[in-house]
Ligand binder design. Sequence first.
Ligand code: GLN
Length: 531
Amino acid sequence: MAKYIFVTGGVVSSLGKGIASASIGKLLESRGLNVALVKCDPYINVDPGTMNPFQHGEVYVTEDGAETDLDLGHYERFTNAKLTKDNNITTGKIYHSVISRERKGGYLGKTVQIIPHITDEIMISIKKVAYGKKVDVVIVEIGGTVGDIESLPFLEAIRQLKLELGKEYAINIHVTLVPYIKTAGEVKTKLTQHSVGRLREIGIIPDIILCRSESHLNNQVKDKIALFCSVDKEAVISAVDVENIYEVPVSLKKEGLDRLIVKLLNLKCAESSLSDWEEKVLKRLDNNEKKVSIAVVGKYITLQDAYKSIYEALAHGAIANNVDLDIKRIDSEDIENQGVDNLLKGVNGILIPGGFGKRGIEGKIDAVKYARENQIPFLGICLGMQVTVIEFARNVCNLKKANSTEFDANTKFSIVSLLEEQKKINALGATMRLGAYECKIKKPSLASSIYKKQKIYERHRHRYEFNNAFKQLLEKKGLVFSGINPGSGLVEIIELAKHPFFIACQFHPEFKSKPDRAHPIFAAFIKAAVE
Ligand code: GLN
C-alpha cells in the first residue's frame, strides 16, 4: 500500500511548495522508491487551459494531453514519475464529476454536500494515482495558502485521508516563511506559529515544518518553532534560498529532510544519494568559461512563469554544453516599436515560443526574418513555427499578405489555418490538439541529425496548423519539411538547409527536457549558438 506525504503552504504564496515537493520526490527516488506526485488546485476552472498566462503562468501539457499546472513541470523535471491527467486535481474537476453523478441519479435520495461528497471525491481522486501501479510514496501538494476559503475542502479531505490511512502511512509537511526583519536584526517565527495555528484549527497537525528563510535557522529559532508548533526540533527544517532551483534537493538532504520522512513513514529503502545529480547538473551550472546569450521573443516576458519550461529547457541545453546561459527576454511589441536590429543585435540565438492572439505577431515575424537573413541560430516553437512559415511565405515566396487565419480571418494566403474538424468546435476547454503525437523524421535533415531516429513522439497544444496547400510552393523555395505526422500528414518540423541552424516545430519539446537529460533540440540549439 502506498504511503502519503501531504504538502501544504502557509503565510504567503510563492514559497516554492512545488519545487519542495519535486525535491522530496527526487530524494525518495534516489533511495530506490517509486514516487507519484499530485497537485490539487483549488480554483473552479476544470483546468488552467482557458486561463491567461498573466493569471496562471505556463500551462504544462502531459503526454496524455492534459493541460495542467506548471508545478507538474517541476515534478517531471526532478523525478521519473509519469504524469497524466489524473495528477492534477482541481475544484472544477471535482465538482464536475460530483454534479454529473448527481444528474445521473448517483446520489438518489441524498442531499449532496461538501462533506462528505466533495471531500470523498477528492480522496478517491488522490488515491487513484497509485491504483494498480507500483508506487511507494504519493506526494500530494495542496495549492493555495492555508486560510483560503477555496482550499478548505482539500484540507478536510487530506485530514480525513490521514486518519483513514493511519500512523506511518501519511504525514503532513507544512511550508512556511520565516522572514528576516532587517530593522530588528533577527528572524521572526510568529507568522509560522500563526500559520500552523490555522492548520490546527481545521484538525491538521504538521509532522514537519519546512521554513523558507534567507539563511539557516539557528538552534534557538528551531527550538522556538518546535515549542510553539508542537513538533520535534528535528522536524523544523530550514529551506534556505539557493541560487538555482536544482540545488534544492541537495540543500534539503543536508537538513536531513528525507531521513526524517523515511523514519516517520517507516519506509524500507536505501540511503539517498545525489552524486549523479551533482555531477551531471550542479557542477555544470554557472562559472563556465563560455557564455551564450539567447533572445526569447514573446509577449509575456515580464512574467517569471509564463515560459517556465522554455527557460528551463534552455538552461538544460546550457548544462549539456557546459556553458553559462544569458536569457534576453524581448517583448515582440518592442521589436515593432524600436526595430529588430536594436533589440536583437549581438545575440547568439533566437527562440520564439508558443502563444495565442494577434498582439506582437509582427514583431515575431521580424525576429524570424532577422535570424534567417543574419544566419543566427533559430528555434521556433508552436506559434513560433507558425510565424516562421508566414515570414517565409511573405519574404521568400513573395506572398505579401500571407498570414494565419487566427490573426486575419480573411487572408488571401492562409499559410496557417484551422482544420475542418477544428472549425466545428465551439467550446474552448480541452479542445485543442493536445498531448503526444507521432512525428516521422525525414533523412537527411537537421531534425534527423538532432534526434538520431526517425520516429519520435512530442507533445502538442495548438488549434491551428500549417496549411498543406502551400507546401509545394514553400518547398520549391527552399523550406524543408523534415517532420510529418504519419496519420494526418500535418507538418510537425520545418527547417532551412542553407543556414547554420534554423528549425521550428509545431510541438513543444520543452515539456520533455530534464536538467540531466536536455532535450536534443535544446542541446543542439545551444551548441549551434555557442559555435
Ligand atoms: N495560437 C496557435 C494555435 O492555436 C499556437 C498555439 C501555441 O503556440 N501553443 O495553433
